[in-house]
Design a protein around this ligand. Structure first.
Ligand SMILES: NC(=O)c1ccc[n+]([C@@H]2O[C@H](COP(=O)([O-])OP(=O)(O)OC[C@H]3O[C@@H](n4cnc5c(N)ncnc54)[C@H](O)[C@@H]3O)[C@@H](O)[C@H]2O)c1
Length: 241
């Protein structure tokens, strides 16, 4: 049974990814801050006949990442896939952006990705195999006004991914970034209708992505069908950029 860790698995894209892996027969560890939602998601997976456990954590906490990985490794015996999906926004123009708005977003999105990658790397090196999938964003490629902190963190994830792919590839560890466009989740629901409409007009497929649109690509990248893909950024944006 494949052992899979998904961070930010309480809602949105992370929840869809966790469910997808569970449906494919993996043992899934769901990581996020909200215990209530994690419990519900584990119940949902068990209701479908799948196997899952949850861990509450702030992904900024390096020691907690190590604890979780160690505990899950004991339970699952293997860690085949890590999906660094936890992420947050604090959109503001630079002139209004406080120091903590920048630090918090970089710490959650980029350092959180480092924390869990670092923790699983030792195990994957010993296994001589594994896949790390990092959820970036199209704005990490294009930039976006009002999102300098978020876009910088997502661009950092891309460089981090490419570096790890080169470091770990000789041990059969693949590292890939996924850059979604506009996905309908809690992160985007509070955007004003006129902003959403303007985004929609830039999307070739003229629809927003569902979390499942992203989960399907993540499942493919984790599978043997993608065994020769590493160090790449896979854009999943309906033809937006
Ligand atoms: N929604 C979009 O349009 C979109 C586009 C591109 C990329 N993304 C990325 O996809 C990922 C998932 O976002 P989503 O749209 O599903 O949003 P979401 O708000 O529904 O999910 C975010 C998840 O991250 C978790 N999280 C946030 N901060 C955390 C922390 N400090 N410690 C632990 N967990 C934390 C949340 O609890 C939640 O589970 C994020 O990395 C986001 O940047 C989203």
């Amino acid at each position: 049974m494949k052992g899979v860790i998904v961070t930010g698995a309480s809602s949105g894209i992370g929840k869809a990814i966790a469910l997808r892996f569970a449906k494919e027969g993996a043992f899934v560890a769901l990581v996020a801050r909200s215990e209530d939602k994690l419990k519900e998601n584990v119940k949902e997976i068990e209701g479908l006949g799948g196997k899952a456990v949850y861990y509450t954590a702030d992904v900024r906490d390096f020691k907690r990442a190590e604890e979780i990985v160690k505990d899950f490794h004991q339970k699952a015996e293997r860690i085949d896939v890590l999906v660094n999906n936890a992420g947050a926004t604090r959109d503001k123009f630079l002139i209004q952006m406080k120091e903590e708005d920048f630090s918090e977003i970089v710490d959650i999105n980029l350092k959180g990705t480092f924390n869990f990658s670092r923790a699983v790397s030792r195990i994957m090196l010993r296994q001589k195999g594994g896949v790390i999938i990092n959820i970036s964003s199209v704005v990490g490629i294009t930039g976006n006004p009002g999102q300098a902190n978020y876009a910088a963190s997502k661009a950092g994830i891309i460089a981090f991914t490419k570096s790890l792919a080169k470091e770990l590839g000789s041990r059969n560890i693949r590292v890939v970034a996924v850059a979604p466009g506009f996905v309908e989740t809690k992160m985007t629901e509070s955007l004003p209708e006129d902003v959403k409409k303007a985004y929609l007009e830039t999307i070739a497929l003229r629809r927003f992505a569902s979390p499942d649109d992203i989960a399907g690509v993540v499942a493919f990248l984790a599978s043997d069908d993608a065994s020769y893909i590493s160090g790449q950024v896979i854009v999943v944006d309906g033809g937006m950029i």
